[in-house]
Design a protein around this ligand. Structure first.
Ligand code: AHR
Length: 510
């Protein structure tokens, strides 16, 4: 009985003192939150391209435009996807773009050795992808094959998609039905060259990068070419050090970083059936992004104090075991409130580092890893992660506001995490604050003093659900969706917010 009382008391005390306080300087802020940190990633992997984005033009009841699903395009338009990375991932360093242009019936097949060993018929190629980006309103980000390609192949690709004048490649593009160039700005020079992209050492890759980067210019309005070096695997700080040291700044616009929130690569756990401990561990890995960016940025600052080169987190997200009875090589997983919290907290971290992190890509858009959209034949559902990306899109290209916040802790087995993740920005529509309660057990009260203006109204939306394991299924597609938030009040420029456990809230204040 005494034990029970003590337990009750400790719960009451911890709830009562779950105090989180902050000051928001609404009249300050000099840095833009680049909309490109809201980018996505589409790889020839599992059902991401085939069945996800693309259903082909023949024998399908699914409404499409030139084979691309209309429902997916509409959903991504609403998300305001700023850029889309393609064709990989590991697939990119096996991909020869010339296989994917010209009459579809004549295209060669290849085997997708990285992802399930399936036959790739190349029916979705460069034209299909770039035209799809135009439909979505996203800028394309092409990942070039460095691992098994050639410099000439890349020169030809840049020339094919970007050259306006007369040249062998622009002639071929026109013969294949496209007159005007697409003017692709973002180019990845290899992917994970420390691993699936060629198992290179950083010194070797830095040299290779210099060689490839040299020949990429001259085919378009050069000031538009944005070359992204294949970056570090999580905490491999030496990789960034060597790249920044060995590649001249005038040859480099971005350096990548990949970090997945995985509990244990040999035992990743189910995407839907997990314990609170596993949830906590996933959040530890997700919040580690802050330290990672800080440390990679410190290295970049040494060689690039003016922050000319962007840190491009072009693969991030949660990675779990594949859904039962699905191909292990297809990386199909469900998406719960855990992923919504992960996404909200990660985006807040990117905002915080806006000066250096100017582009990022969630892995991956449809049917793979932390997808925003899942499809099953003609059905399509939006995941909790989709809703977070949509709620947060008010921050795209807005001015980051300094928000000093002191947060309580979310504890588990003597380990602690900050309970609250937050960020704020302003644009012509007003000030927006995004708040995440990482705590899976306890609601949190947050008090924010608003400085630098007079504010009288607050509105908002919340994404949450009874259990952190909840998800949207094809039977219950709207189990989790944003609703109006009633838990915020504003008086005398002091904002008080009560955030339910594992919730994501975006507020607008005026
Ligand atoms: O996103 C899945 C894979 O993860 C990508 O192909 C690769 O770059 C990374 O290892």
């Amino acid at each position: 009985m005494k034990l029970l009382l003590n337990l009750l008391l400790s719960v009451i005390v911890s709830t009562a003192f779950a105090q989180n306080k902050g000051i928001l300087h609404t009249d300050q802020g000099a840095i833009k939150i680049d909309r490109h940190i809201y980018g996505h990633f589409s790889e020839h992997l599992g059902r991401c391209i085939y069945g996800g984005f693309y259903v082909g033009e023949a024998n399908t009841k699914i409404p499409h435009t030139a084979g691309v699903r209309n429902d997916v395009v509409d959903a991504l338009k609403k998300l305001k996807v700023p850029n889309l990375r393609w064709p990989g991932g590991c697939f990119a360093d096996t991909y020869h773009w010339k296989d994917g242009v010209g009459p579809k019936a004549k295209r060669p097949t290849i085997v997708n050795t990285w992802w399930g060993g399936v036959t790739e018929d190349n029916s979705f190629g460069t034209h299909d992808f770039l035209n799809m980006c135009e439909l979505i309103g996203a800028e394309p980000y092409l990942a070039a094959n460095v691992g098994s390609g050639t410099v000439q192949e890349l020169i030809d690709w840049v020339q094919y998609v970007n050259f306006a004048g007369e040249s062998p490649m622009s002639k071929w593009r026109r013969e294949n039905g496209r007159d005007k160039p697409w003017n692709v700005k973002y180019w990845g020079v290899g992917n994970e060259t420390w691993g699936c992209g060629g198992n290179m050492k950083p010194e070797y890759y830095a040299n290779i990068y210099r060689q490839y980067a040299t020949f990429m210019t001259g085919w378009s309005n050069d000031s538009k070419i944005f070359r992204i070096a294949s970056g570090a695997n999580s905490a491999d700080y030496n990789w960034t050090e060597v790249l920044m040291r060995d590649i001249p700044l005038n040859m480099l616009e971005g350096v990548a970083l990949h970090h997945y929130s995985v509990i244990d690569w040999s035992n990743k756990g189910s995407s839907t059936s997990f314990t609170e401990k596993q949830y906590f561990q996933t959040m530890q890995r997700a919040l580690f992004m802050d330290e990672l960016i800080q440390r990679h940025s410190t290295i970049m600052d040494k060689y690039d104090p003016k922050k000319k080169v962007a840190l491009v987190v072009d693969e991030w997200g949660g990675w779990y075991d594949v859904e039962p009875n699905t191909n292990p090589g297809f990386l199909y997983q469900q998406n719960t409130m855990r992923d919504a919290v992960l996404a909200g907290a990660t985006l807040n971290i990117f905002h915080k580092h806006s000066e250096r992190v100017r582009m990022a890509n969630l892995a991956q858009t449809v049917n793979v890893l932390q997808a925003v959209v899942l499809t099953e034949e003609e059905k399509m559902i939006l995941t909790p992660t989709y809703h977070v990306m949509e709620m947060y899109n008010v921050h795209q290209d807005a001015t980051l506001l300094p928000l000093d916040i002191t947060t309580g802790s979310y504890t588990m087995d003597n380990e602690k995490l900050p309970a609250i993740s937050a960020s704020a920005s302003k644009n012509t529509a007003g000030v927006h604050i995004s708040l995440v309660n990482v705590d899976a057990k306890t609601s949190q009260e947050v008090t924010i003093e608003l400085r630098g203006g007079k504010f009288t109204s607050v509105t908002g939306r919340i994404l949450t659900s009874g259990n952190v394991q909840d998800f949207n299924s094809f039977d219950k597609p709207e189990q989790i969706k944003p609703v109006a938030f009633k838990g915020a009040s504003l008086k005398d420029n002091v904002l008080k917010v009560v955030l339910p456990k594992h919730s994501v809230v975006v507020l607008g204040i005026k």
